[in-house]
Design a protein around this ligand. Structure first.
Ligand code: S3P
Length: 165
C-alpha cells in the first residue's frame, strides 16, 4: 500500500472530492495545491490568472510543488494543468509517490461543471474541449494507475484506488 498518492486529471474529474475521501479513509494528510496557493497568496485562482496570467499561475504551481517535495506521505490534489510542467510531477513523485489519473469523458465533465464560475480555463467550452483532447495523452503518460470516473460515486472511485495501490 502506497502512502503517497497524487491525483491528476482534467478539471471536473473529481480530484478534490476523491482526494478528501482518500485522505480520510487512509488517515493521510491532504495537500491541495490550488488551495495552498490561494492561502499563500491570499488570492483566488481566478484573481491570480487575472493579475499574473496563466504563466504566473504555473510558476506558483511549480514553486508549491517544490515546497512539498520532501513530504513522505499524503494525498495530493493537483490542479488539472500540473502535467504541463514535468518538473511538478517529478517533485511530487519523489519519495515513492503513485500517480493516479482520474479519467472522465468530456461530456461528463461538461455536465459536472455546467454551473461553474471559478475556473478560468473552463469559461469557453470550445477551448476547454480542445485543451481536454490535448492533455489526455499527457495524463496517460504520467499515470501509474488510471481510474475511470464516469457515472461513479466518489466512494466507488476512492475504493477502486485503495484496492489497486
Ligand atoms: C486548471 C485547473 C484548476 C486550476 C486552474 C487551472 C487547469 O484546477 O488549477 O484553474 O489548467 O486545468 P482543477 O483541476 O482542480 O479544476
Amino acid at each position: 500500500m502506497k502512502k503517497k498518492i497524487i491525483l491528476i486529471g482534467f478539471m471536473g474529474s473529481g480530484k478534490t472530492s476523491v482526494s478528501l475521501l482518500l485522505s480520510q479513509k487512509l488517515n493521510l494528510p491532504l495537500y491541495s495545491l490550488d488551495q495552498l496557493i490561494e492561502e499563500k497568496y491570499q488570492k483566488t485562482i481566478g484573481q491570480i490568472f487575472q493579475e499574473k496570467g496563466e504563466i504566473g499561475f504555473r510558476e506558483y504551481e511549480i514553486e508549491m510543488a517544490k515546497s512539498l517535495k520532501d513530504i513522505d506521505f499524503g494525498v495530493f490534489d493537483c490542479g488539472g494543468g500540473v502535467v504541463l510542467n514535468k518538473i511538478i510531477l517529478d517533485y511530487l513523485k519523489e519519495k515513492d509517490g503513485v500517480i493516479v489519473y482520474l479519467k472522465t469523458s468530456f461530456s461528463e465533465i461538461k455536465k459536472r461543471l455546467k454551473n461553474d464560475t471559478q475556473r478560468p480555463l473552463f469559461k469557453d467550452i470550445k477551448k476547454a474541449k480542445k485543451l481536454y483532447h490535448l492533455r489526455r495523452y499527457l495524463y496517460e503518460s504520467y499515470a501509474d494507475l488510471i481510474v475511470f470516473t464516469d457515472k461513479k460515486k466518489v466512494e466507488e472511485v476512492a475504493y477502486e484506488i485503495i484496492s489497486q495501490i
